[in-house]
Write a protein that binds this ligand. Structure first.
Ligand code: SF4
Length: 333
């Protein structure tokens, strides 16, 4: 199976593969090694979206088909849970994943994936030497959420034909992925299907309700009230160290959720040796989202999984989320 289908499972090519495979919902719900792997993977996929765990993991060749079908079943799980916030998070997670996969691919594969995605989204683009040229009307539908002067309507319209650098093209494609996933959900599924999926949706609903209990803060940002893990990450950034992706995402989403402005967050990262304005701005804008609640930072267990939890005593012993720590400290103050 083609790796592209596993990495970008929302494409028309992936849909054709699923159809040709002849696999049905009933066959996936029938016990067996393949079905079990798909169901487990799809639960992980949705759980990662709920927990804003956007760390992209490489997919082994033997798992391509499991990866593709986990997206299909993941959509069913999200549809049965029927929460608008989850639909948003699922779409955001897939967009973030597409962005990371495109950014991290080697140049040859990157060019191939970009070309195939452009074709899939029906965008007519001419590419020359890593510059992509398209008409602004093709671009405008994907840039309403992107921030920065290069995406402002007036600038796009003035130029007619728009020239984008490869990084910008990747941002646009990630946004196209987000919209495609978003617009395809929720699916209309029978109550019988949702009943059969209940053993898998039930823990996800609980995780969703925990995640939703951490609304975005709009008060002033009090850095002294931040939990030890976030203070440690802030110190590392200030000391000029590069943060690994999960740590960077955790810190960025935490700061966004406690009400820090996008430009202030970007400013914090300016001391990083690998500072990349576009990448940071992209992450911050997507995390803050249109509603300001699109992503929450990972919970303590995910922080621990990636080695980013630094304290297990005191208040940390009693909470399960860095935002709960912050809120508790604010109350005390
Ligand atoms: S327990 Fe939670 S809040 Fe405390 S340091 Fe670890 S991850 Fe941060």
């Amino acid at each position: 199976m083609d790796e592209y289908l596993a990495l970008f499972p929302y494409t028309a090519a992936a849909a054709r593969y699923v159809e040709a495979s002849g696999r049905t919902f009933d066959s996936l719900m029938t016990a067996g090694e393949f079905s079990d792997s798909v169901l487990n993977k799809s639960v992980q996929r949705v759980a990662r979206a709920i927990d804003s765990d956007v760390h992209s993991k490489p997919v082994e060749r033997d798992d391509y088909e499991i990866e593709l079908f986990s997206y299909v079943v993941g959509r069913a799980l999200v549809s049965c849970i029927r929460e608008a916030v989850l639909v948003q998070r699922y779409a955001n997670a897939e967009a973030h994943d597409a962005f990371s996969k495109l950014r991290n691919a080697g140049e040859r594969l990157q060019d191939e994936y970009i070309a195939r995605l452009l074709e899939d989204f029906g965008m007519t683009v001419s590419a020359d030497n890593n510059i992509f040229e398209l008409h602004f009307t093709d671009l405008i539908k994907y840039t309403s959420r992107l921030k920065g002067p290069q995406w402002r309507l007036v600038n796009l319209m003035n130029r007619g034909q728009v020239r984008l650098a490869k990084n910008e093209m990747i941002q646009v494609l990630a946004e196209a992925v987000r919209l495609k996933v978003l617009r395809g959900l929720p699916l209309k599924l029978s109550s019988k299907m949702c009943e059969e999926l209940a053993p898998y949706t039930s823990p996800l609903k609980k995780a969703m309700s925990v995640a939703s209990s951490h609304p975005t803060d709009s008060g002033p940002v009090i850095l002294e009230a931040c939990p030890p893990c976030m203070k440690a990450l802030l110190s590392q950034v200030k000391a000029g160290q590069n943060l690994a992706h999960p740590a960077r995402f955790a810190l960025t989403s935490f700061l966004a959720n406690i009400g820090m402005k996008a430009e202030e967050i970007v400013h914090i990262y300016q001391t990083s040796p690998d500072f990349d304005y576009e990448l940071t701005r992209y992450q911050v804008d997507h995390i803050k989202g249109a509603s300001g609640k699109d992503y929450i930072p990972p919970g303590c267990s995910t922080m621990e999984t990636y080695g980013n939890c630094t304290e297990t005593t005191g208040l940390c012993k009693r909470i399960s989320h860095p935002l709960s720590y912050y809120r508790a400290r604010l109350k005390r103050q």
